[in-house]
Design a protein around this ligand. Structure first.
Ligand code: ADP
Ligand code: MG
Length: 401
């Protein structure tokens, strides 16, 4: 859908023109999985697909939510902003407006708004359509509610960086409080801080980050969607968090640590025997290895050693499959088929796990064969059809009009 078509859809929905338009991207994590809540780094990049928001003020004191992706519409008086029914899609937007007001006492919502959303991130595929929606809303409404401040924040690179981090934190708080998902900050951070043809080496604990150029000459980032109904549910997620916590406690008897990510692989050899719980030990082994792999992958990319970067991606999948146990048959089928294709440098699951997508580095000339072979193998093993997207690495949230 073009932005012209979105503008036409806005006029059709609300009987007048949109005053402003914003865009925020989805993301894919290249490496560094389940490291975020362990004090470690992640390495995501923003995609060229994401969520658009078109908006105009209204005189009715009501927030009207429409989405070109959803049937349900909502109309909420500005004096009654609170979480809506479980699973109401407007929670991802409404929550941001509420959180802005709570984090910034000077922020004021002075009128109602007519809002139209459109997204082209495949739904529920783990590419963070929710973060795109949150960050686009946070960008738009910080500007509406604190106009002067946002102009100031956008006036220099350092203050803009801080502003973008704030947008990510607003989005994350919305996801916690309005969607009930206790996610880390990676998704919203990538959506807010993305940079064309760069990935973001982010420490999710300190929020320190670095944009690293992704120069892949002749190689593409290919995303494969399992279309699997399985998801990393909050139960399985919370189990992993707890098991890591157990490992930290047991390790701390011999070497006090706050996070597993503090351990180098040499440390690991010294402390591993202190973990008596065999499941916690496997989980911790993944985290320590993944933190080291992520650092090595960033170095490899900086040196142009793309083949080694690919090997680290594949090793990451193996660790997530065998030690962290969050892959499941669909993601394994996709990754294992990809590894057999000549011209694939590496392939791994991305996102929380079980369902969602894999990310692969594929030589351009091998992409057609990759799609055909991996698609056929996947269907043979699972009975499901995969989808493939050649990713473009795009910029973070932006005002378009
Ligand atoms: P993802 O991995 O894509 O972030 P989530 O389950 O976290 O999956 O978020 C998907 C939810 O976000 C949808 O069910 C819907 O409530 C909301 N959402 C995302 N994009 C849109 C959109 N364009 N319009 C309306 N709601 C959206
Ligand atoms: Mg999400």
């Amino acid at each position: 859908m073009t932005t012209q078509e979105m503008n036409a859809a806005f006029e059709q929905a609300y009987g007048r023109k949109a005053e402003k338009m914003f865009f925020s991207p989805g993301r894919v994590n290249l490496i560094g999985e389940h490291t975020d809540y362990n004090g470690g780094c992640v390495f995501p990049c923003a995609l060229s697909f994401g969520a658009w928001l078109l908006m105009s003020k209204n005189e009715d004191g009501v927030l009207r939510f429409k989405s070109l992706n959803m049937e349900q519409t909502y109309s909420i008086p500005i004096s009654e902003i609170k979480p809506q029914a479980d699973r109401a899609w407007c929670n991802y937007a409404l929550g941001c407006i509420d959180i802005i007001a709570r984090r910034h006492p000077e922020a004021k919502l002075e009128s109602g708004y007519d809002l139209l959303y459109y997204g082209n991130v495949p739904a529920g595929a783990g590419l963070s359509s929710s973060a795109a929606m949150e960050v686009v809303t946070a960008r738009a409404f910080t500007e509406e509610m604190m106009k002067g401040l946002v102009d100031e924040w956008m006036s220099g690179p350092e203050s803009e960086k801080k502003y973008r981090t704030e947008l990510a934190l607003i989005g994350q708080a919305c996801e916690h409080e309005y969607a009930g998902v206790m996610c880390g900050v990676m998704d919203q951070f990538a959506s807010a801080q993305g940079k064309k043809d760069h990935a973001i080496y982010l420490n999710c604990d300190t929020l320190e980050f670095e944009h690293v150029p992704v120069k892949l000459e002749g190689i593409k980032v290919v995303i494969s969607n399992t279309h699997s109904p399985h998801h990393l549910d909050s139960g399985a997620y919370n189990d992993r968090v707890r098991q890591c916590h157990t490992a930290v406690e047991q390790i701390s008897k011999v070497k006090p640590i706050k996070f597993l990510a503090e351990l180098t692989e040499e440390d690991w050899a010294q402390v591993e025997s202190a973990i008596t719980d065999p499941i916690a030990k496997k989980r911790a082994r993944h985290v320590v290895g993944e933190v080291a792999r992520t650092a090595a992958a960033v170095e490899a990319l900086k040196k142009g050693e793309i083949a080694y970067f690919g090997e680290l991606m594949t090793a990451s999948h193996v660790s997530l499959r065998d030690d962290y146990e969050v892959t499941g048959p669909e993601l394994d089928a996709l990754a294992e088929a990809a590894w057999q294709v000549e011209g694939v440098l590496g392939s791994r699951m991305t996102g929380g796990g079980f369902g969602g997508c894999t990310v692969s580095l594929v030589k351009e000339e091998a992409i057609e064969h990759f799609k055909a072979f991996v698609g056929a193998e996947y269907e043979k093993k699972t009975g499901l059809k995969a989808d493939f997207y050649v990713a473009e690495i795009g910029d973070g949230v932006t005002r378009l009009a």
